[in-house]
Design a protein around this ligand. Structure first.
Ligand SMILES: [Zn+2]
Length: 395
């Protein structure tokens, strides 16, 4: 009995710890009085737990704000050097790595070429890359909170399992455990689109939003869904937006079906469409983009048709899910207005008026490091999460 009482006290304390830490992240720098007001916690609880978080080095006292004649108020803020995370994006030939601080800023970046593609050798190279990032950044190893890995394909996040990997042809690989054995710190693995979504939720356009969707355009077409502040995963791999059927007898898709959205709105899909209608040589989607930019009508139409298809499906998403925001990212953001102008137009024409105003559709600027930062945010996201939602299989 004593144990369970102690246990529940510890749990309540851990939950309050997470509430305070998250609130400071959301609205900090913030005074203790304001924190007590917004969290509903007693000032005694707040003082005790914030002292603990300061001792843990995750927040610090900042003297700032308006002074009303006397001392300047002391505010609590997240400590950027409170902890660090390594994020690694697994691509076909390269590991793209970053080391970020506690507020998601890149401290160091480094890439390594894959020499062998067995799970063990990739896990081993992730270990080497992690060590290299720590060495270069001179961050103390005991400040490393964990390693996050973002991978294309089907991932069982709860079990850290790569179910299928399109680049490596792996099946059911317990990858987080393999990497964790090598690096000696907590390791999380998730689908790369989900890692981006966690980054948006922690530090980007998804901050403080209960319901939002992330869509990525590039080699494929990905989607992540946040409902009530939590990632929605469904029974199996929810968010396969690229594999919505738009033409039941359309082009063959890599998933085995025909006529998926991805066969028309992805690098490969655009390239095939471009070759069908342009007499000039089109070796890559960038050639097609160049043609569009030099006033080539057919090339422009390829992007416009893809944008229209994408817009119609986004309008359907809004109709069904009514998210607060849809955030579009990925390498395909470089297609700019050629694709996004018709997309916005089609969304406008295909949503019910009272719903449309509630959802904002934003196209985010894109940088090459974003995937790896997203992977690092997996670690930070799990670290600041309430124990009620944390993935216990990683404990
Ligand atoms: Zn498909």
């Amino acid at each position: 009995m004593v144990t369970s009482k102690r246990g529940s006290k510890d749990l309540i304390r851990a939950i309050n710890y997470s509430i305070i830490l998250n609130k400071i992240k959301e609205i900090g720098p913030v005074s203790r009085a304001e924190l007590a007001k917004v969290t509903g916690l007693s000032s005694a609880t707040l003082t005790g737990i914030s002292a603990q978080i300061i001792a843990d080095g995750l927040i610090f006292e900042k003297e700032m704000g308006e002074s009303k004649g006397g001392r300047k108020p002391i505010l609590l803020a997240l400590n950027p050097s409170g902890g660090y995370a390594v994020g690694i994006k697994l691509t076909e030939n390269t590991l793209i790595g970053v080391l970020v601080n506690f507020v998601g800023e890149i401290i160091e970046r480094y890439n390594m070429k894959l020499v062998s593609k067995t799970p063990e050798s990739v896990a081993d190279l992730i270990g080497n890359l992690t060590e290299e990032l720590i060495k270069r950044s001179q961050v103390p190893k005991d400040k490393l909170l964990g390693v996050g890995v973002g991978a294309a394909g089907l991932v069982d996040f709860d079990r850290g399992m790569l179910i299928t990997s399109p680049f490596f042809r792996w099946r059911n690989v317990p990858f987080s455990q393999l990497v964790q054995n090598r690096v000696g710190v907590k390791t999380y693995v998730d689908n790369d689109v989900n890692t981006l979504m966690v980054a948006e939720q922690l530090f980007g356009a998804g901050q403080n939003l209960e319901h939002f969707i992330t869509i990525t355009i590039g080699r494929g077409l990905g989607m992540g869904i946040v409902v009530n502040g939590q990632i929605y995963r469904g029974v199996k791999s929810a968010g396969e937006f690229g594999h919505i059927t738009v033409h039941s007898n359309g082009r063959q898709c890599a998933c085995g079906k025909r006529g998926c959205l991805e066969t028309l709105v992805s690098d490969e899909g655009l390239l095939i469409s471009g070759r069908e209608v342009c007499s000039e040589p089109v070796d890559s989607v960038d050639d097609l983009l160049q043609l569009a930019e030099s006033d080539h009508n057919n090339a422009q139409n390829v992007f416009a048709q893809a944008g229209t298809l994408l817009g119609a499906q986004i309008a359907n998403l809004i109709t069904v899910l009514s998210p607060m925001r849809i955030i579009i990212g990925g390498e395909g953001v470089r297609f700019g207005d050629w694709i996004f102008k018709p997309m916005h137009q089609t969304i406008k024409e295909n949503i019910m008026p009272y719903q449309g105003e509630a959802t904002e559709v934003v196209v985010e600027p894109w940088g090459d490091d974003r995937w790896a930062v997203g992977a690092a945010c997996l670690v930070l996201g799990e670290f600041v999460k309430s124990p009620l939602y944390r993935n216990s299989s990683y404990d």
